[in-house]
Design a protein around this ligand. Structure first.
Ligand code: HAS
Ligand code: CU
Length: 549
């Protein structure tokens, strides 16, 4: 059976998203190793002095470009692909999606100017009272609004598809993409309100002070679900593409997969206080409730681990694999897309468990603001997500460009190098955190380093160097692929793992939007409403802005 084909225009449009993402990755990833080297005592920042003024400016560039821009652009491109390919129809209004995309591009450029000019050295969380140049906030707003506009384009496309197919189950990759989009639209209301009602008017001089406690609360309303906005596109690939690539596997349970996505929609937002356990302005009872909900959102990830590994096991056994674990060796490890995603999944186990440690209130009191936290998020966003996106690009870029993947062997090596570099880097960061090393601090310059940190700080540098090699390899493979003279012989096949059981037999309530959407909104109102109401009622716009850089 021949697959549905995207038009050249659609492929180009998705390709632009990937290009923007990869450019952001290229610049942002240059600064990651610089921080790691600084920790190891090899401070290269002085050599960049005329361009980059400080460690903190580099850290801001790294966080904004890697955590926010690389991810968001890759995700919007991948979701666009999934909506079109999944629903087997063009976007309802391509112009609208193009408007959204270009708003995002203008937004990134607008925010980049003050960041590069050292006028917005406020890190990727931009906590007030650190005060950035207004264009930083305007740029971020444009990125978020642009991504909303693209999302509205997806919803309109879905509505049109639904009219044409009233009784069909939404194809899984489109379904997962739409849930991810809706999650994003709901949760970004937090930063939208934060920027538009406080940070922007404040940086423009329209209001004198800011309320840091309220701002942090708005920020984490968005900040936690943000991590699932990053993760769910990788999950779409792990559920519905990876098993097929790994050896002709099938999705073990379409129903469980859909249920996991609905649970993420309902549970992702109302738990942001797990980032604010040490904030004095949040009553303990709300911290407790958010902690319990954090443990709840652990379950859809456990369901994912179960379903995806069962799907992979099916693939491994189909390839002749036997034994309790020996089937793993039969998976298609020589395919770089498979290797990257499997390695991403393996490290995610450790990232997820570290998340549980973070979420446990009394343990968090020890870990909060230590190197443990960047250790955690380099296993999650920088590996589960980033390495999966790299793996996806190893088939998606040839699909979009019609060019053969350049040297698949090098691409596979790239994935392994990332895996090894990240094990060394994140393990040492976790241990440093347990030993009390603070995060967001140029430790190489700190006068108080206990001897027991030294070997770990050295390993941070070594891990950073290995990751740097892997990042460069990724860029080389992407560049050489995009400019490859060798074209693919026939259309690249989109890997889609069909479900073991016909999705039409899955319960209808798993394809109904309203109960889940109302449930999500109701839970947010119950769990955030009273405390937000209280904070807004007692708003204290008293803190002046600080420029500490
Ligand atoms: Fe987190 C802080 C709790 C997941 C990202 N997190 C952060 C920050 C970031 C981040 C960026 O409760 C720092 C923010 C800042 O700058 O301050 N996190 C959790 C919990 C989870 C979790 C409970 N985090 C993520 C994900 C992220 C991410 C995902 C990015 C994508 N996190 C916290 C807490 C803090 C925090 C506190 C605040 C800390 C503080 O004090 O500041 C859970 O969702 C994790 C569940 C995951 C699992 C793993 C399931 C395993 C799977 C693998 C399947 C295997 C495969 C491979 C496919 C239970 C699904 C098989 C391979 C074969 C070969 C067979
Ligand atoms: Cu969180």
């Amino acid at each position: 059976m021949t697959q549905y084909q995207l038009s050249t225009g659609e492929k180009k449009f998705i390709g632009w998203h990937l290009l923007a993402a990869i450019l952001a990755f290229a610049v942002g990833s240059f600064f990651g190793p610089l921080q790691a080297f600084e920790h190891a005592g090899w401070d290269l920042y002085p050599y960049l002095k005329p361009l980059i003024k400080s460690y903190y400016q580099g850290l801001t560039i790294h966080g904004v470009l890697n955590a926010l821009v690389w991810t968001t652009f890759f995700i919007m491109g991948f979701l666009t692909f999934n909506v079109i390919f999944g629903l087997k129809r063009p976007l309802k209004n391509m112009t609208l999606n193009k408007v959204g995309f270009w708003m995002m591009v203008v937004g990134v450029l607008t925010a980049a100017v003050p960041i590069l000019a050292n006028e917005a050295t406020v890190l990727f969380t931009f906590y007030p009272p650190l005060k950035a140049n207004p264009f930083f906030y305007i740029g971020l707003t444009l990125v978020v609004v642009g991504s909303w506009v693209e999302g509205w384009g997806f919803f309109m496309t879905y509505a049109a598809w639904r009219k044409e197919h009233p009784n069909e189950r939404t194809p899984f990759i489109a379904f997962g993409s739409l849930v991810t989009t809706l999650l994003w639209q709901i949760c970004t209301l937090g930063v939208a309100v934060e920027i538009l009602t406080m940070l922007l008017p404040w940086s423009l001089g329209l209001i004198e002070g800011v309320d840091p406690q309220l701002a942090r609360t708005y920020f984490w309303f968005t900040g936690h679900p943000l991590v699932y906005f990053w993760l769910l596109p990788a999950y779409i690939s792990w559920y519905a593409m990876l098993p097929k690539q790994a050896g002709g596997g099938k999705m073990f349970s379409d129903s469980l997969a859909r249920l996991a996505f609905w649970l993420f929609l309902v549970l992702s937002t109302p738990l942001g206080f797990h980032h604010q356990y040490v904030d004095p302005g949040v009553p303990p009872v709300w911290k407790f409730i958010h902690a319990m909900l954090t443990f709840s959102v652990f379950f859809p990830s456990l369901m994912t681990a179960f379903t995806v590994i069962a799907s992979l096991e099916y693939a491994g056994r189909k390839q002749g694999g036997t034994g309790t674990l020996r089937w793993i060796g039969k998976l298609n490890w020589s395919n770089p897309s498979v290797a990257a995603q499997l390695l991403a999944g393996i490290l995610f186990f450790f990232g997820g468990i570290g998340g549980l440690a973070n979420a446990s209130y009394n343990v968090n009191l020890v870990l909060h603001n230590t190197a443990f936290v960047p250790g955690h998020f380099h296993l999650t966003v920088a590996t589960a997500v980033t390495l999966s996106f790299m793996g996806i690009s190893y088939w998606l870029v040839p699909y979009l460009t019609g060019k053969k993947l350049w040297q698949p062997k090098w691409a596979t090596i790239q994935a392994w190098v990332w895996f090894i570099g990240m094990i060394i880097f994140s393990n040492s960061m976790h241990v440093l955190g347990l030993l009390g090393a603070p995060r967001r601090v140029p430790l190489g310059l700190a006068p108080y380093i206990p001897a027991e940190w030294n070997s770990r700080l050295f390993q941070v540098g070594v891990g950073g160097a290995i990751l740097f090699v892997s990042g460069v390899l990724y860029l080389v493979v992407m560049y050489k692929t995009a400019t490859n003279k060798q074209t693919v012989e026939s259309e690249v096949e989109v890997p889609i793992a069909e479900a073991m059981q016909d999705p039409a037999l899955s319960p209808v309530w798993l394809d109904r939007w309203s109960p889940w959407v109302y449930g999500a909104l109701a839970l947010i109102v119950i769990v955030y409403g009273p405390q937000l109401f209280d904070m807004i009622k007692n708003i204290a716009l008293t803190s002046p802005g600080f420029r500490v850089w």
